[in-house]
Design a protein around this ligand. Structure first.
Ligand SMILES: O=P(O)(O)O[C@H]1O[C@H](CO)[C@@H](O)[C@H]1O
Length: 315
């Protein structure tokens, strides 16, 4: 008779709450078991005790783009550190505040600083504030980000309307919705083909043309980071139809689609990507922040006018 020796995995006890909490559980499933509907509701109640108004527009600020929050009037600023169970942003160019107030006539909630998977957070943790903002009452999400230009026609400083995305972590089995689905948030199998609202895309194009801003419109590729891409990776992204690349946004927009947000996405092209082996330039985060801050005013004007136009014509 052979003696069976238990391997370390076999001998690890199954967690008290049962096999669903066992060692094999996906990190996003663990996150989603933590951020239950009730817990998100508690966070929302905590915020509502401080902020008496209901936001209509939710905004997520990308790297170096947090200045948008300075335009908000009648401001109430809640540092993430004060909000129960809220993560902190650890990245240069991202602050850690939830800013409430009025922007061009509508109540807004603005994330001045976001969370990225490379900081060590699961994609579910990075995206969960989207649910908080939806449960606070917002119906429209404006997501901004800094991105590298994959499309050879793009220049540094261009603003790209995101018409669609390639969610690489998702394609590799890392979707923020992995785990138990609470239907009160949204459906088990949410469609994401129209995650970026078509009417908002045309609204923004009209606004840009009034300001004589030439907008790009393209596909954002969301990668895990924190490394910038290799030359081969950039060439692959272009082959696959990608126009810009970054390390955020896609998990947020996934949760936004799940909980019924209408989303507008804007990527600021802060750097060219490496295209061939003779190029000596390499992207650096300091350049990303510098270009974001340089172009922030233009982007802010577009967002400001967009909110005004949502106010005038909500559909
Ligand atoms: O996507 P945001 O947060 O704008 O930041 C972008 O800039 C950083 C890299 O420079 C990465 O975090 C990338 O995702």
């Amino acid at each position: 008779m052979s003696h069976h020796t238990r391997s370390p995995i076999e001998s690890t006890p199954i967690a008290e709450s049962g096999p669903s909490a066992s060692v094999g559980e996906h990190p996003n499933a663990i996150t989603n078991r933590f951020y239950t509907y009730e817990r998100v509701q508690d966070i929302v109640s905590f915020i509502q005790n401080i902020v008496p108004t209901k936001p209509e527009i939710a905004i997520i600020c990308g790297s170096g783009l947090g200045g948008l929050a300075e335009l908000i009037t009648d401001k109430i600023v809640i540092p993430y550190v004060d909000i129960p169970h809220f993560p902190r942003s650890t990245v240069v160019g991202h602050r850690s505040n939830l800013v409430f107030g009025v922007l061009n006539g509508l109540y807004v909630v603005c994330m001045q600083g976001r969370f990225h998977p490379y900081e060590g957070y699961t994609t579910a943790t990075c995206a969960f504030p989207v649910r908080v903002m939806r449960m606070l009452g917002a119906h429209t999400l404006i997501v901004t980000c800094a991105a590298g230009g994959v499309n050879k026609g793009y220049s540094v400083g261009d603003i790209m309307l995101i018409k669609d995305h390639l969610n690489f972590p998702n394609l590799a089995g890392n979707n923020p919705l992995i785990g138990h689905n609470d239907e009160r948030f949204g459906p088990r199998f949410p469609p994401v083909g129209h995650a970026y609202d078509r009417q908002y895309l045309s609204k923004m194009k009209q606004i840009a043309s009034k300001h004589s801003v030439e907008l790009r419109e393209g596909v954002y590729c969301g990668l895990g980071g924190p490394c910038y891409e290799t030359i081969a990776e950039i060439n692959m992204l272009r082959l696959l139809g990608g126009d810009a690349v970054g390390m955020s946004t896609v998990h947020e927009v996934t949760l936004a689609a799940h909980c019924g947000f209408r989303t507008l996405g804007l990527a600021l092209i802060t750097n060219k990507c490496l295209w061939d082996y003779d190029t000596t330039y390499e992207p650096v985060h300091e350049d990303v922040i510098r270009i974001s801050e340089l172009k922030a005013n233009e982007l802010q004007q577009l967002i400001y006018d967009f909110i005004g136009s949502v106010k005038q014509n909500p559909t």
